[in-house]
Design a protein around this ligand. Structure first.
Ligand code: MTE
Length: 319
């Protein structure tokens, strides 16, 4: 997300001075040819952070992409997590202030058994599997990430959604002490996202608890983060504390801010252009600025699996 180029809020307004200065420093690197596309060589310049604990007994999940994963350093140092700043380097540098234990997820709304569930119960209650998915961002870059997690639908079923549950709304933690970026009105807090119930129940849709066989680093959305690989990256809301079954389509953060650029569905679709850049091609993070561009596939390559969810819908209208 190019927060800095939004018409409504200039970067100087939304970004604390120190972050802004960091960004100017970063842009100097960019003009030297990197242009914001990370390479492991570049990130290698700073010391690696502490890595999460290994997750034992991982199963091999279905639906994995056959591609080689993007290097760990790139996946965990080039992030969007505005709660920790507007620059893509900020989350790795600043997300240490987030406390992920204890952590409670509240599930409510149109369901028979609303309630709270603690992170330990989630981790012990659902078999963790590894699934390699491509994360395709609306800014026309992508990464391939070996996620660890379990199908969101398995979690949702426990709460007994009723026939009125047509959508699922998600909410990130709101705590400006742990998430200093929330002291600025760069976005409306907390970060919120949503899916239609059939999208949420689809076996591809994952709640990620780790990556690279290890616990999720804070900057990647610890301890619970949504991953919907056929949708643009902004749908994958991080550090989730709330899930609500709703009858009506819920509000989503980026759509609320710039509806003409970010739709509710946000399905990866090369035929639906973003107003400021093409979605036909993308580059892979970690391969360098001069690497060849890849063709973007409808639904990020999952058309066979998820295409039927949208049959009869005008995808140009419901973008
Ligand atoms: N979730 C929260 N809570 N806050 C955010 O700023 N950014 C989104 C999404 N989830 C974001 C978020 C965007 S714009 C993208 S592209 C992905 O997270 C980036 O995920 P990554 O940093 O793991 O690559």
């Amino acid at each position: 997300m190019l927060i800095g180029s939004q018409k409504k809020i200039p970067s100087s307004e939304i970004t604390p001075r120190r972050v802004w200065e960091d960004r100017r420093h970063f842009l100097a690197y960019s003009s030297a040819g990197l242009l914001g596309l990370a390479s492991s060589v570049f990130w290698g310049a700073s010391p690696p952070g502490t890595r999460g604990a290994k997750i034992p007994g991982l199963l091999k999940g279905q639906f994995s992409s056959g591609e080689s994963p993007t290097p760990y350093e790139d996946v965990t140092r080039y992030n969007n997590f505005v709660e920790f700043g507007a620059d893509k380097r900020d989350p790795a540098l600043r997300a240490g202030s987030l406390r992920t234990r204890p952590w409670t997820l509240r599930v409510e709304g149109e369901c028979d058994k609303p309630g709270d569930i603690g992170i330990e119960d989630i981790l012990s209650g659902f078999a963790q599997e590894e699934r390699i998915y491509r994360l395709r961002c609306v800014e026309a870059w992508a990464m391939v990430i070996p996620w660890v997690g379990f199908p969101l639908g398995d979690l949702l079923k426990r709460f007994g959604p009723t026939a009125k549950a047509k959508y699922v709304a998600f909410e990130t933690l709101q705590d400006s002490e742990q998430m200093p970026g929330q002291r600025r009105a760069s976005l409306r807090w907390p970060y919120v996202e949503g899916l239609r119930i059939d999208e949420a129940m689809h076996p591809i849709t994952l709640i990620a608890t780790g990556l690279y066989g290890e616990e999720l680093p804070n900057q990647s959305g610890a301890p619970l983060r949504l991953v919907v690989p056929w949708k643009y990256g902004f749908k994958s809301i991080k550090s989730i504390v709330g899930i609500r079954f709703t009858q009506n389509q819920p509000a989503t953060t980026w759509n609320r801010l710039q509806p003409e650029e970010y739709g509710f569905y946000a399905n990866v679709n090369p035929d639906v252009e973003h107003p400021r850049w093409s979605q036909r091609y993308h580059r892979m993070i970690g391969e360098g600025w001069l690497s060849r561009k890849r063709k973007t596939e409808l639904f990020n390559g999952y058309a066979d699996e998820v295409g039927s969810l949208y049959s009869g819908m005008d995808l140009k209208r419901f973008y």
